[in-house]
Design a protein around this ligand. Sequence first.
Ligand SMILES: Nc1nc2c(c(=O)[nH]1)N[C@H]1C(S)=C(S)[C@@H](COP(=O)(O)O)O[C@H]1N2
Ligand SMILES: [Mo]
Length: 168
Amino acid sequence: MRGYVLLILTFLGLACAAPVCAAEPLPMPKGQVILTVTGSVAQTNAPGQARFDREMIEALGAASIRTSSAWTDGVQLFEGVPLKAVLDRVGATGTSMTASALNEFEITIPFEDLKFSPLLATKAEGRLLMIRDKGPLWIIYPRDDHEELRDNRYESRWVWQLNRLHIE
Ligand SMILES: Nc1nc2c(c(=O)[nH]1)N[C@H]1C(S)=C(S)[C@@H](COP(=O)(O)O)O[C@H]1N2
Ligand SMILES: [Mo]
């Protein structure tokens, strides 16, 4: 009998080593929702949706990228959270995401791009990104560090005014 209990506890222990199981339930956003994640996600806080306010996004861990871009003069410091941190937090499983913006721009980003550690930037040069300066969330790639990123295919994935991710 004790053996079975041990076996079950061991099994649960192993199963819960998976990030999805270990994750705390997603809290409810208190402020304005700036990002909604849908599709193949394990964690939700509204029917079929994982909704984030700024505070929830910032709680996912800080990251930064210093890079030039097609939109800015010279190199800028972009700060925010790793795109991967958002996907991990909601237990996203799949091969790609459709990223959509306030202006209804939409593009597919393959999970392979996570190898470049793209950023969900909330700040540029220490200032919060407002809608008028391509915020509140802007996907940033470290294009100065990788020759292959200096290409139109990737440039189009720098979604500014990002507000939705659909995982597929
Ligand atoms: N929100 C938003 N992000 C966007 C776009 C857009 O229209 N809206 N265009 C994409 C494309 S197709 C490219 S090539 C780059 C550069 O767009 P731009 O030259 O119009 O600034 O931004 C990408 N991010
Ligand atoms: Mo484009």
